[in-house]
Design a protein around this ligand. Structure first.
Ligand code: SF4
Ligand code: SF4
Length: 94
């Protein structure tokens, strides 16, 4: 499937996440114990994510504050490893 936001459900707006150095066992254990899903996103980094649907995500899976959304949202890269990881969690890609 082609990776783009039109065939997604706003997946990255449905998860809170924090990045940390891959191999940091203390952080893996900390986030793992709290029910986070953990994935390797490349460049020596991993991510721990937890379900948290943004209040600004509209019913049709668009950003309700497009002009004013946070920098982290503005700089999100479609198709990078984090995007692919989250899309898989949402069941969009196999
Ligand atoms: S950046 Fe990736 S995860 Fe976020 S809406 Fe677009 S395709 Fe989905
Ligand atoms: S502010 Fe907009 S782009 Fe950012 S997580 Fe919320 S709905 Fe998604």
């Amino acid at each position: 499937m082609t990776i783009n936001c039109e065939n997604c459900n706003g997946a990255c707006c449905r998860w809170w996440g924090v990045e940390f150095e891959t191999g940091n066992r203390a952080k893996m254990e900390y986030y793992g114990k709290r029910g986070c899903k953990i994935g390797n996103i490349g460049n020596g980094m991993s991510v721990a994510v937890a379900r948290f649907v943004c209040q600004y995500l509209t019913k049709d899976n668009k950003c309700g504050i497009q002009e004013h959304k946070p920098l982290a949202c503005k700089t999100a890269k479609v198709g990078n490893k984090l995007c692919l990881f989250i899309r898989k969690l949402e069941g969009i890609d196999k």
